[in-house]
Design a protein around this ligand. Structure first.
Ligand SMILES: [Mn+2]
Length: 376
């Protein structure tokens, strides 16, 4: 019989074998049989011992599995590195940017100012995210001229801007054309008009100071709100509008400044030419919105198509809809007043108060189309 491998049982077995051999030897020499040596008491393994042994066995299995997985991942990543090295073996050729061949271009800047509705109050409600009063109007016009000055400075870095076309596009006041406006307006139309005159005169003077070599051309359109008649008049409307009076007062204010020229004709469509481009302006109140698919785009394109038959113009600008939009040939200005209850009721988009700016590159036409945000 061979000795068991388990150390405890092996010791016990060997002790027993030694005792048996000793008894055999004693019998051979007739010596008294020595008393058998008691086997050393080895306690049976406890539950903790068994758990420890089992845990060690399992840990061994887990470690070997992790190692196998890690080695497999190393093989996989080595394949990825080899693929990437194939792509980067030859360096990419550097792109050679084409230099601008023409240097600086001549340009004219165009800024649209309309739909101020200076004296109309707007109260903030759960539905109307806006608040407006004469004080707000004054601050927003200051913001307009500040933003305009900033844009002119910015454009002067890359263009030779010789002319600013500053369109005064109508609805600078709300007037009293509806009964409701009698309740909503802070001051009567004549007083509102004179406030607006001060703010615009101060704004133009500021632009002249900041950009003294700039020519300022001011085409003027009357809106529908500043009229003093019940209905709009096509031929004599200018003469029934507070705004046409305002424009002529402003022109008088700047009569000694040869760089500032006002253009306030009696027609609803106002034309000016700059850098061989022809610009047409209209407040926009003759356009039927109809609220259809595509919003303002379809009525704008149809109206311009009709007016193109009267004179071929490169660019058209409108106001009235309190929604800023640029369609390339056509620009629609936003408003200074911002969202109000009337806009909500007829479904205007709730545009933030903003106005429009763009540059006319002498060679390439309209570029740098940007909003002028006017909120305080
Ligand atoms: Mn209008």
């Amino acid at each position: 019989m061979t000795a068991p491998r388990d150390p405890a049982r092996r010791e016990e077995y060997l002790a027993r074998e030694r005792a048996r051999n000793a008894r055999r030897a004693a019998r051979r020499i007739h010596a008294p049989t020595p008393a058998p040596t008691p086997a050393p008491a080895t306690p049976p393994p406890t539950l903790d011992d068994e758990r420890r042994a089992e845990r060690e066995r399992r840990d061994g299995i887990g470690t070997r599995a992790s190692l196998r997985r890690a080695l497999a991942r190393v093989d996989e990543l080595e394949g990825v590195v080899a693929t990437l090295e194939r792509y980067t073996a030859e360096p990419l050729r550097a792109v050679d940017p084409a230099p601008s061949r023409h240097g600086r271009h001549a340009a004219a800047a165009v800024a649209l100012l309309s739909d101020v509705h200076a004296e109309e109050r707007v109260e903030r409600t759960p539905a109307i995210p806006n608040e407006y009063s004469l004080a707000h109007a004054e601050r927003r016009l200051a913001r307009f001229f500040g933003g305009l000055g900033w844009l002119l400075t910015d454009c002067a870095r890359t263009y030779d801007v010789g002319t600013l076309v500053l369109w005064l596009g109508g609805d600078l006041i709300s007037g009293d054309i509806h009964d409701e406006l009698l309740e909503r307006c802070e001051v009567p139309p004549g007083e509102a008009m004179l406030r607006v005159r001060d703010w615009i005169a101060a704004g133009i003077a500021r632009v002249r100071t900041e950009h003294p070599t700039l020519d300022v051309l001011v085409p003027c359109s009357v809106g529908n709100h500043a009229r003093t008649t019940d209905r709009m008049r096509a031929a004599t409307g200018y003469g029934h509008s507070w705004e046409w009076v305002l424009y002529n007062v402003l022109a008088s204010d700047f009569r000694h400044d040869t760089r500032v020229r006002f253009h306030a004709p009696k027609d609803e469509l106002v034309y000016v030419d700059v850098l061989d481009m022809s610009l047409a302006f209209h407040h926009g109140h003759r356009l039927r919105y109809n609220g259809g698919i595509g919003g303002l785009t379809i009525p704008m394109i149809k109206a311009v198509h009709r007016w193109q038959a009267w004179r071929d113009c490169d660019f058209y600008s409108f106001g009235h809809f309190h929604t800023r939009l640029d369609l390339g040939q056509i620009a629609v200005n936003g408003s200074v007043i911002g969202p109000n209850a009337y806009g909500l009721s007829i479904g205007f988009s709730p545009d933030v108060p903003q106005q429009s700016f763009f540059l006319l590159d002498a060679e390439r036409g309209k570029t740098r189309v940007e909003p002028i945000w006017v909120t305080e």
